[in-house]
Design a protein. Structure first.
Lengths: 808, 219
């Protein structure tokens, strides 16, 4: 049996995606571009398809119009059209029925996608597929006289039904004095297969330096995702304007779907990870208006989390054992025989796998692997809060919350195969993991109006949590009685069980106090300033097994100076400037800054009602100048925007943004390139055992990461005819950066790429409250570096959407 | 007034400062939890008032009477956010799935950047990413002490998984290197050859946000 040349996709959802797509063996973007169209659409076929779809869509719209027609629900009353506004298109008149002013719109359409190149990368970034869609739906109903039976106002909006990866529905209803309701449902279909992610970068065959025999590149990400998250939120307020009002809420968050993961037991196995997590949250609150402009509230929150994600072996890179009958074993993700992964080639064999048979039976490998967990976390939280403007010059808000989460899960794990490091043929793991999180949160905000244009602003925040942890596990290892004769062919009867207990008790605690005081001065109606100081105090304790000397203890103090200016020199011009500079006396992790500075400048200029110009500068500088760290991070962002619409028939939108990210710290690492390979970053690293501190990581160097992103956007709207609106636009994200190369097979990947998105739309008002829309989106992603031992990531795609919109 | 009413009792918004007009709105709306921190908010301190975002009479967005729909309303001032959400990997704000107000409260909060928190004080990220909240038997320290932004850029990133830095081993090594600033030199560096499979740290350390079973986050 020849070794598989590709990372096998075995889960049902991922298989369906593979069946829908034609896998294209592209060796370069050029090769992909020349002759590898996934769906070839001749112009005549396209026109016929569009017309047919238009007929279908019209028929569906006609049915919906009949069903939802005001004539069906209410007696028809004619309404006059408003005078159209000169600049913007007039909102539909709506109809008045049954005491409500009703506006409604629905857009039905069909999307066609034509893709060339990497379908996985397209699905990761765009994921718009072919098929019919309910693109948009909106309903608003407003009671004309606030005497509506069930509601005075109703708002309903939903988007993206029928196959788009993101759908949502938002509902809001209220009846004056009686209730206020908000609800939403969101669905996120998350596909991720950036194939360099968690990829071992298996080397090519000899004579390439460090060549492997066999050479089995992992073409897709070992941690690819195809999950769906559904989030619902509902909130109801009863008697919102009464002395006592009540609030009820419920949220549901469920994530399911297949993905891949991995596990290291001797070597790294690919696992099928069947996601199943659910969070149910309940909210109950009461507001008491205890005095004029003073509200005291009590809230009770209950969160219930279930984590039932299971893992099982995904048998890739299989080889047969030299037994009768031959039985398969999975060698896992890493095939790099030059580095003895999963093991060396034993002469006289020239490859680890010959004719499908494993030639070295002392390899780490997997027959089976299974891991189940049933995480149950209960988090009740109580909160008391106060909001008061009782005293004329003082605005006060305060709250205190106490939360106590309890989490536990059993461990159920089993393995069969060989772990050569410990001569283990099988193990089972059982036990219980338990942890709590007890937290107290308090915040106090006060604004004192010292004078008409001068106010003192005080913000105090306190957050303390402790996480007592308890792990009680038992692993029964079946280790070979004779380690020297331990192979994949050794029967379990030749092993002796060893019980490996793990008892972990620890506690992870942090207390964080922050106080910010500001003085804000409105110099005039055209300018103002504020200056402030923030002090923070963080204490972190980590107790491991509660043994003497087993404690990490840090105290970090923050001192921040704040300054801000705003100005409106003219009605058309607005300027804002903010500045923060922080000093920290200690760090909890190496990449925590000792110094942090933020600068933000924003300007908006509206010289005419049809022209808006904007600019912004955002700069964040971080540093930790410890001699062994030398951490520097900066994120600088400069942007310009312009929106011009001098006439109803013409509009222009422009935007440009430059973002520079640099992050550097001294790192110590271990790197032995294959013979004959010179990696400049490795060659130039200082070989000094991390300045004598870490003999396992002998190389020391600055790890500069730079990322410069240019983003540009231009769009023109114009009306070539009275009933026709067109929009043509283009945007590009150009990323150029650098990063140390640790591995000769490691490309720059997302450190260097271009992502281009031209767009064109046409909207035709065809009368009878109908508009025909046609939109073309183009997506092109291409990296600037070599592909690496994976599938290519380049793609370009056309997405054509035709729709009919009905609105009144 | 023609009937003899007192004109001075009519509040005229025209000509008033943003502080004054916002105070007027807050006489009714200030009692709600959502607006309770407005007076201490960054928006208020930057002279952004209620009528900069809301229009009771001429709103284009009907749900909350906004002058413009999200996120375009926020992009009008926060132009860097517009560029961030246009990056290849981004939270689905432009697609409408996530709104700016899901993570930020434009009316202000008790924390910085007007970020919301969960009632327990935890980061708002866990509202959706519930499996990362824990508590875990083995916590990954920066997740709890520094927050999600120590590794991720939540608006958008040029890197997958919204990471600040790629490849992953770069991000890991910048913390997992000896430092005398930290007790016992800090979290240990890996003893792995970065020229081989070990450059893919998360291929083995899969439960990197916290693990219930493994102190090296293998499972």
């Amino acid at each position: 049996m020849e070794p598989p040349g590709k990372f096998g996709l075995q889960s049902s959802l991922l298989e369906k995606r593979a069946e829908r797509r034609t896998q294209i063996d592209c060796t370069s973007a050029v090769a992909c571009g020349h002759n590898k169209h996934r769906i070839a659409i001749a112009p005549a076929v396209l026109v016929r398809a569009v017309l047919m779809r238009a007929v279908i869509v019209c028929a569906v719209i006609a049915v919906i119009m009949i069903v939802l027609s005001p004539e069906t629900l209410f007696a028809q009353t004619p309404t006059a059209s408003p005078t159209p506004a000169p600049a913007a298109p007039a909102e539909p008149d709506g109809v008045t029925r049954g005491g409500y002013e009703i506006h409604q719109s629905i857009e039905l359409g069909y999307r066609t996608t034509d893709l060339t190149g990497s379908g996985d990368m397209y699905d990761t970034l765009v994921n718009l597929q072919t098929g019919p869609r309910i693109l948009d739906q909106t309903l608003t109903m407003q009671s004309v006289d606030h005497q509506g039976l069930l509601f005075d106002n109703l708002y309903l909006n939903s988007v993206g039904w029928g196959g788009d990866p993101n759908n949502y529905l938002r509902l809001r209803a209220d009846k004056n004095k009686w209730y206020n309701f908000q609800g939403s449902f969101r669905r996120d279909q998350y596909f991720s297969d950036y194939d360099l992610w968690a990829n071992p970068l298996n080397p090519p065959p000899p004579p390439a330096p460090g060549g492997s025999t066999p050479s089995i590149p992992i073409l897709n990400s070992p941690h690819a995702f195809a999950t769906t998250r559904r989030v619902s939120d509902f909130d109801l307020t009863l008697l919102p304007q009464s002395t006592v009002s009540f609030r009820l809420g419920y949220s549901h968050n469920n994530m399911t779907g297949p993905s891949y993961s991995s596990i290291h037991e001797g070597t790294e196995a690919s696992l099928l990870q069947d996601w199943n997590t659910t969070m149910n949250s309940y909210r109950l609150g009461v507001d008491f208006r205890v005095a004029p402009r003073t509200v005291l509230s009590y809230d009770q929150f209950l969160d219930y989390y279930k984590g039932d994600t299971d893992y099982q072996l995904n048998s890739i890179n299989q080889a047969l054992l030299p037994t009768t009958p031959a039985s398969p074993v999975s060698l896992g993700l890493s095939i790099d025989t030059a580095n003895n992964e999963p093991c060396a080639v034993v002469p006289p064999a020239t490859s680890l796998i010959v004719n499908g048979t494993l030639t070295n039976v002392t390899c780490s490998a997997y027959f089976n692997y299974l891991r189940n967990q049933r995480i149950r976390t209960t988090t009740p939280t109580e909160r008391l809060s106060l909001r008061s403007n009782y005293f004329q010059r003082v605005e006060l808000v305060a709250s205190f919350a106490y939360s106590s989460a309890t989490s536990s899960t059993p461990l159920n794990e089993s393995f069969g195969g060989l772990i050569t490091r410990t001569n283990t043929l099988a193990f089972t793991g059982t036990g219980t993991a338990a942890a709590n999180r007890i937290s107290d949160t308090a915040d106090l905000g006060a604004t004192v109006h010292l004078a008409k244009h001068l106010r003192l602003i005080e913000k105090f925040y306190f957050w303390a949590y402790r996480i007592p942890q308890n792990g009680n596990f038992s692993e029964v290892d079946n280790d070979c009685i004779n380690p020297k004769a331990c192979t994949l062919l050794t029967p379990l009867s030749a092993t002796a069980p060893t019980i490996v207990p793990t008892l972990q008790t620890a506690s992870f605690n942090q207390t964080w106090t922050r106080n910010q005081t500001e003085l804000a001065w409105d110099i005039s109606k055209k300018a103002g300033a504020r200056i402030g100081y923030r002090y923070g105090d963080r204490k972190f304790n980590h107790f491991i097994d509660f043994l003497p000397g087993d404690e990490d203890h840090f105290v970090g103090l923050e001192k921040t100076v704040l300054f801000g200016l705003w100005a409106r020199p003219t009605h058309a011009l607005r300027l804002n400037f903010d500045f923060e500079h922080s000093n920290f006396n200690a760090v909890f992790v190496r990449l925590s800054p000792r110094k942090e500075a933020r600068y933000r400048f924003q300007a908006t200029y509206t010289p005419r009602s049809w022209a808006t110009l904007g600019g912004s500068i955002n700069i964040l500088n971080l540093s930790n100048n410890d001699a062994q760290t030398q951490y520097v991070g900066h994120n600088q962002n400069y942007g310009l925007t312009a929106s011009l619409a001098p006439r109803e028939r013409l509009g222009l939108d422009l935007a440009y943004n430059f973002n520079s990210v640099i992050q550097n710290a001294i790192i110590c690492f271990n790197d032995t390139p294959p013979p004959g390979v010179i990696l400049p970053f490795v060659a130039n690293a200082v070989n000094n055992d991390c300045a004598g501190n870490d003999t396992s990581n002998n190389l020391m160097a600055n790890s500069y990461y730079t990322n410069h992103t240019n983003f540009g956007l231009a769009a023109v709207r114009f009306k070539p005819a009275k009933r026709v609106m067109a929009n043509v636009g283009y945007s590009i994200t150009n990323v150029n950066g650098s990063v140390p190369q640790f591995n000769i097979l490691q490309p720059l990947g997302t450190v260097q790429y271009k992502y281009q998105q031209p767009v064109a739309n046409l909207s035709v008002d065809i009368g009878h409250k109908l508009a025909f829309n046609m939109g073309w989106n183009y997506y092109q992603y291409g990296e600037g570096s070599f592909v690496g031992p994976t599938a290519p990531r380049y793609f370009h795609a056309n997405s054509l959407t035709e729709s009919l919109r009905y609105s009144f | 007034m023609a009937g003899g009413g007192d004109k001075t009792k009519i509040f005229v918004f025209e000509g008033k400062s943003r502080q004054e007009t916002s105070a007027r709105c807050l006489t009714c709306h200030g009692e709600a939890h959502e607006q309770s921190h407005f007076a201490q908010s960054a928006h208020s301190g930057s002279d952004v008032g209620c009528l900069d975002c809301h229009s009771p009479h001429h709103s284009k967005e009907k749900e909350f009477l906004l002058v413009q729909e999200q996120p375009q309303l926020c992009y009008g001032c926060h132009t860097s956010a517009k560029a961030d959400f246009a990056k290849a990997y981004h939270h689905r704000v432009n697609e409408g799935l996530v709104q700016c107000v899901d993570c930020h409260n434009p009316h202000g909060t008790g924390t910085v950047r007007q970020l919301r928190t969960l009632p327990s004080g935890d980061f708002i990220c866990y509202k959706c990413h519930v499996d990362k909240q824990g508590p875990f038997v083995y916590e990954h320290v920066p997740v709890k002490t520094e927050g999600c932004t120590s590794c991720h850029s939540p608006h958008g990133s040029t890197n997958p998984k919204l990471l600040n830095v790629m490849p992953v081993n770069m991000l890991c090594l910048q913390c997992h290197t000896f430092s005398s600033q930290l007790t016992a030199g800090g979290p240990s560096g890996p003893t792995h050859n970065q020229s081989a499979k070990y450059q893919a740290c998360t291929m083995c350390h899969t439960q990197i946000h916290g693990s219930n079973f493994s102190n090296v986050f293998f499972k």
